[in-house]
Ligand binder design. Structure first.
Ligand SMILES: *Cc1c(COP(=O)(O)O)cnc(C)c1O
Length: 340
């Protein structure tokens, strides 16, 4: 058995999902004529109480479009120091948009209105101009932590008061919705733009949707074309996203339960120093100083369990659609006699 816990991007489309993709009604989306893409974009805009949506090839593309559509060169964006936009998007904010980034420490991956206030640049010719705040919910690097609704409301208010745009990196927004039990209409309109991913826990092979007001999304559509992201019969992919909303969203709760179960198993291991609190589907733990993550990962891999290094002594696991109770049981049994 192979238990691949490296990422929730590893999920493969199910037979049922493939069948829906194969029979999707399609057209040329650059002409705006793909009915399935149009349906997905409309459905997401309505769900999150926004005017329009834009289907994108990746979460990174959706984030990059949001930054480019809402900043000018020489602007600055405010973000958490461990955020995906800073860490894992190849400095795309600088490359694509010509902006700098002001990183705040926050707490557990989450930033506060005070973090924003202390990082807004004063209005001088020699300083970048703060124009956009981005937050991540759930927060990947901090271990799947989620914002309270009240914090998102307060952040939105602060941004409004200071004329800053607010973007939500919602790579795992579905997980946050399940964990915090908020409805999309409760928080959707707090943001100027939201990137919503389908290719992680939701289990679609490809796709994110950027939602926002009509003007911003029209601008983002032009930029998407310039980035080479105008797709043609993309309805095949959009169909998988629609399917995931109808059939996989309700399974995320199970992923969270399995993450908790993994956490309890890890608590028992002598070679694990500490397990971080688990909020959603991400489990992060530190191994004891006498071992190296490379060695641990190698030993785990030999018995069919895959995880990834996430820091000098830190390892990450993620539960997802293709991880079952049997897999969790397998991990529990195998770790009983792991030769470490
Ligand atoms: C995965 C991820 C993204 C973007 O992912 P793609 O691989 O480009 O689809 C963006 N933000 C966060 C927090 C992520 O975890």
């Amino acid at each position: 058995m192979i238990v691949d816990l490296r990422s929730d991007t590893l999920t493969k489309p199910t037979k049922e999902m493939l069948a829906v993709m194969a029979s999707a009604e399609v057209g040329d989306d650059v002409f705006g004529e793909d009915p399935t893409v149009n349906l997905l974009e409309r459905r997401m805009a309505e769900l999150f109480d926004q005017e329009a949506g834009l289907f994108c090839a990746s979460g990174t593309m959706a984030n990059q479009l949001a930054i480019k559509a809402q900043t000018q060169p020489m602007d600055e964006i405010i973000a958490h120091e461990l955020c995906h936009i800073y860490y894992y998007e190849t400095a795309g904010y600088a490359y694509n948009s010509g902006v700098s980034i002001k990183l705040c420490k926050g707490k557990d991956g989450l930033i506060s209105p005070e973090d924003i206030l202390t990082n807004i640049q004063p209005d001088y010719d020699w300083l970048p101009k703060t124009s956009l705040v981005t937050i991540e919910n759930t927060h990947n690097k901090a271990g799947g932590t989620c914002y309270d609704l009240s914090t998102m409301q307060a952040i939105s208010k602060t941004c409004n008061n200071h004329n800053l745009k607010l973007h939500l990196d919602g790579a795992r927004i579905w997980n946050a919705m399940v964990a915090k039990n908020y409805q999309p209409e409760d928080f959707g309109s707090l943001f100027d733009t939201i990137s919503i991913c389908f290719s992680k826990g939701m289990g679609a092979p490809v796709g994110s949707v950027l939602v926002g007001n009509a003007v911003t999304i029209k601008k983002a559509r032009r930029i998407r074309k310039a980035f080479g992201g105008g797709m043609r019969q993309a309805g095949i992919l959009a169909a998988a996203c629609l399917y995931s909303m109808d059939h996989h969203y309700e399974l995320l709760q199970k992923d969270h339960q399995r993450a908790q179960a993994l956490g309890s198993i890890f608590e028992q291991q002598h070679w694990i120093a500490s397990v971080s609190p688990i909020s959603t589907n991400i489990v992060i733990f530190d191994i004891v100083d006498s071992l190296s993550p490379q060695k641990v990962l190698e030993k785990l891999s030999e018995i069919g369990i895959k995880m990834i290094q996430f820091g000098p002594q830190t390892i990450r696991c993620v539960t997802h659609l293709d991880i079952t109770d049997e897999h969790i049981h397998y991990v529990e049994e195998k770790l009983k006699n792991l030769p470490l």
